[in-house]
Write a protein of this length. Structure first.
Length: 323
C-alpha cells in the first residue's frame, strides 16, 4: 500500500517528489532510531529512489517535453545560487540569512510587508502549535516552507496562492497525533479548539489579507457580487471565434482558459512568438502587472509599429495582431 501511494504521489506533480522525501524522513523521525535497520531495508531505499526520480524529472523529462521553452524553477532562488549545489551550500553556510528570508519578503514593494508573518500566524492557529508536541511533522513541511519563502517571487509568499494546500494534511495529522497524549475528553477539547480557531481566522482572512493581488470578490462566497460576473462568455465568444485555432496567442490569465486548446499560448505580458494579443481592459486585475506597468506596456506595443488593432471595444476588449 505504501508503494502504491508513493507511486500515485510521484505522478501528480514534479515538486511532490521532493515533498515525499521529507515525509518519509519525518516518519522515520517519528519511528525513532531504534528502527534504523528496518529503514535500511525499506524507507531509505524509497527515499533514494524518489530523489533520483526528482532529479530526472527536473533535469531531463520536463525540459525534453517543453520543446525548448522550459522554465528553470531555480531562477526563483537565484539570490541563493545559480545551481542546486550552490543553493544547498548557501542554505548550510548562511543560516542567519536563510532564517531572515522565512520572515522577510525579498520584494521591495511596501505592500509585501508582513506577508510571510501572516503565513506563520495562520499555520499556528490552524494546528501548527501541535507541531511543538510532534516536531517531526514540521520536518515534513521543510520543502513547502522553503519553496514558498526562499523564493524571490512574491506570488509564492503568504497564504493566497501556491503551495499552501500542502499544509492542510500535515497539520491535520499533527493535531490528531498530538491529541493522543491526552485523555479522550481532553482530545475532544484539543481538537475543537483548533477546529474553531482554524475556521475563525480563515473566515477573517477572507476580509483581511496581505496579498498584493488578492481579489476578495473571487473568494467571499457569502457576498452577492461573488456570483455576478464582470462579463459573460457570450460577450467574448465572437472574438474568440475570430482568432484562428492554430494561431499563437498571448492573453491575460482570465482569458487564457478560453484560448488554451492550441499548441502554444502565453500569459500576458509574456508575448513570445504570439501572433495575437488578447486583453481585457475593463478588468481591474492586471496580474502580474500593476495598472501603471500595464498601461506602459500597452503604450510600447502601440508605438512599436509591429502590431495593429485587430479588434477593439472601447475600454473593454482589445486584440492586437502582429504585422
Amino acid at each position: 500500500m505504501v508503494l502504491l501511494f508513493t507511486f500515485l504521489v510521484l505522478i501528480t506533480k514534479e515538486n511532490m517528489a521532493l515533498w515525499l522525501i521529507f515525509i518519509f524522513i519525518g516518519l522515520m523521525f517519528k519511528g525513532g532510531f531504534k528502527n534504523f535497520k528496518h529503514y535500511l531495508k525499506f524507507e531509505l531505499p524509497i527515499v533514494v529512489f524518489v530523489f533520483i526520480y526528482f532529479i530526472i524529472i527536473i533535469k531531463v523529462v520536463m525540459p525534453s517535453l517543453s520543446d525548448g521553452v522550459f522554465t528553470n524553477h531555480l531562477n526563483r532562488y537565484s539570490h541563493l545560487g545559480h545551481s542546486m549545489g550552490e543553493i544547498i551550500t548557501t542554505i548550510f553556510t548562511k543560516p542567519l540569512y536563510i532564517f531572515s528570508l522565512m520572515f522577510e519578503s525579498q520584494s521591495v514593494n511596501p505592500d509585501a510587508f508582513g506577508i510571510n508573518s501572516e503565513l506563520h500566524f495562520m499555520v499556528l492557529v490552524s494546528g501548527g502549535l501541535a507541531m511543538f508536541y510532534r516536531p517531526y511533522y514540521l520536518v515534513m513541511l521543510i520543502p513547502i516552507y522553503a519553496q514558498k519563502l526562499l523564493a524571490d517571487d512574491i506570488f509564492l509568499h503568504g497564504i493566497n496562492y501556491q503551495y499552501s494546500i500542502e499544509f492542510a494534511p500535515i497539520l491535520s495529522f499533527a493535531i490528531i497525533d498530538a491529541s493522543q497524549r491526552f485523555t479522550a475528553k481532553k482530545q475532544i477539547i484539543f481538537a475543537s479548539v483548533f477546529a474553531i480557531s482554524t475556521h475563525a481566522f480563515n473566515i477573517n482572512s477572507l476580509d483581511h489579507r496581505k496579498s498584493i493581488w488578492y481579489q476578495p470578490t473571487l473568494v467571499k462566497f457569502y457576498e452577492k457580487r461573488h456570483y455576478v460576473g464582470v462579463q459573460t462568455l457570450k460577450d467574448i465568444q465572437p472574438i474568440l471565434d475570430s482568432i484562428p485555432d492554430n494561431a499563437v496567442v498571448s492573453a491575460q490569465s482570465m482569458l487564457v482558459p478560453h484560448l488554451c486548446n492550441r499548441d502554444t499560448i502565453y500569459q500576458y505580458p509574456n508575448i513570445g512568438n504570439a501572433k495575437y494579443i488578447f486583453l481585457f481592459l475593463s478588468n481591474t486585475n492586471k496580474y502580474p502587472l500593476d495598472q501603471k506597468a500595464f498601461d506602459e506596456k500597452l503604450k510600447n506595443l502601440y508605438s512599436s509599429g509591429q502590431w495593429r488593432v485587430y479588434y477593439e471595444k472601447k475600454d473593454t476588449f482589445l486584440v492586437l495582431e502582429k504585422l
